[in-house]
Design a protein around this ligand. Structure first.
Ligand SMILES: Cc1cc2nc3c(=O)[nH]c(=O)nc-3n(C[C@H](O)[C@H](O)[C@H](O)COP(=O)(O)OP(=O)(O)OC[C@H]3O[C@@H](n4cnc5c(N)ncnc54)[C@H](O)[C@@H]3O)c2cc1C
Length: 391
């Protein structure tokens, strides 16, 4: 077998579709994010400005929004979808409006998700649609629906409504044969989400992987959950489809567990998360004909390990059951180099009105400053490319 190595330092490929201007702009943004103090000041000022209704929308749209979001509407994302597509990178339109509630909002979110499913079906550059169950109902209802607390009458009605919303979306995706991801969220609502999504996969993954659940390997019980889900799918005769991620809510999870006095569901350290994440990738790869899976990660070691193992095992790089995925604006070196080597790659492209995507942008800014090394890695790569271009 030939020695196969991917070179994620190849910045010429990683930034091939960025103009000098775009590259310099990206550099400025990541330099800002590299400073925890400046990022915190930026976050606070943004929150105050929106509370005081100051006209900062334009400024935000031209700066951080443009780095991490595709636009305010599906149509505004069209140029991004096309540009990524030219580099063989798929788009996943992620409607990122957060922090709102009420039946009317949940119904309008459902209608927007419908539009993303329709848009995905029309365009080979959009391999997946995605939604969050907490965009379709309140946390309280999902938490209570776990079964350990009794639902009040209005909550029981809302619970029926969310089940209908999820069923309608999945039925629609299935009717179009359009694969769709369901994101994973905090552990206190995830049991309910898992139960709902499992029911959907049983119904709609009979012939093809259509509904993808998400598994967070920063939870110490999830590798086992993946294996059990696989056994269940085999027994019941459907295809398991999963997006594997490390998990985004670590601090919140640990804090709540400490405050409420229950054992934290999170792994004891990063090494344990890494070990289970890579074990989950390997497990899926070993069962690649029975499990369709997506590696949702910016971790270079995990990406390398999976890409190289696929190659070593003689499995085609673009096997229809294996996908890599990153977030728009982050880890372009992974996405572009994987795509250049014919792997299936896609990027989450968040969109929505500027004001409503602020919680998402703040999470990205905080994550970039808290995930050690993420920003400095990005900065080093951009710097290397600026030097290579002599600009
Ligand atoms: C395409 C895509 C889709 C995603 N979808 C979801 C989703 O549906 N739900 C969701 O929760 N997240 C989701 N995420 C975010 C993801 O869970 C991670 O937060 C993020 O990608 C960082 O992890 P990493 O593997 O990229 O990189 P790394 O930098 O290698 O890992 C950082 C992650 O490791 C874990 N970690 C860090 N320190 C410790 C510690 N001390 N102990 C234990 N664990 C630790 C945390 O999960 C942290 O986020 C998604 C990410 C991508 C790229």
């Amino acid at each position: 077998m030939d020695e196969f190595k991917l070179n994620f330092q190849d910045t010429a490929t990683a930034f091939a579709d960025k103009s000098n201007f775009e590259l310099k702009e990206k550099y400025r943004m990541f330099r800002l994010l590299n400073s925890r103090a400046l990022t915190n000041v930026g976050i606070t000022l943004t929150e105050i400005a929106f509370r005081l209704r100051l006209p900062v929308r334009g400024l935000i749209k031209r700066t951080i929004f443009r780095q991490f979001c595709g636009g305010e509407t599906i149509e505004e994302c069209d140029p991004t979808v096309e540009k990524l597509g030219e580099s063989k990178i798929g788009t996943i339109l992620d409607y990122s409006v957060e922090g709102k509630s009420g039946g009317a909002f949940f119904d309008s979110t459902k209608n927007e998700i419908y539009r993303t499913i329709t848009r995905a079906k029309e365009d080979p550059n959009i391999p997946f649609a995605v939604f969050k169950v907490t965009g379709l109902t309140s946390y309280e209802v999902l938490e209570k629906a776990r079964g350990d607390k009794e639902l009040l009458k209005n909550e029981a009605t809302e619970w029926e409504a969310v089940k209908d919303r999820v069923l309608e979306l999945c039925e629609y995706a299935h009717s179009l044969e359009q694969p769709v991801f369901v994101d994973a969220e905090e552990s206190w609502v995830q049991d309910t989400i898992d139960a709902l999504v499992t029911e959907m996969t049983e119904k709609f993954n009979r012939e093809k992987p259509i509904i993808f659940n998400t598994i967070q390997l920063y939870r110490h019980d999830r590798l086992e959950f993946l294996k059990q889900s696989h056994q269940k799918a085999k027994q019941d005769g459907y295809i398991l489809a999963v997006k594997l991620v490390r998990g985004a809510y670590m601090e919140k999870e640990r804090k709540r567990a400490a405050e409420m006095g229950y054992p934290s569901p999170i792994q004891p350290n990063k090494e344990a998360t890494d070990r289970d994440f890579d074990a989950a990738l390997n497990y899926c790869l070993e069962n690649v004909e029975e499990i369709a899976f997506v590696a949702g990660t910016h971790n270079e070691e995990s990406v390398c390990m999976l890409a190289e193992k696929l190659h070593e095992k003689g499995i085609s790089h673009n096997h229809p059951h294996v996908y890599f995925s990153q977030l728009y604006g982050m880890s372009d070196n992974l996405s572009y180099i994987l795509a250049d080597n014919d792997y299936n790659v896609s990027k989450y492209v968040p969109y929505g009105p500027v004001k409503d995507t602020i919680p998402y942008l703040i999470r990205r800014a905080k994550e970039n400053t808290s995930v050690i090394g993420q920003v400095s890695r990005e900065l080093d790569l951009i710097d290397k490319e600026l030097k290579r271009r002599r600009i």
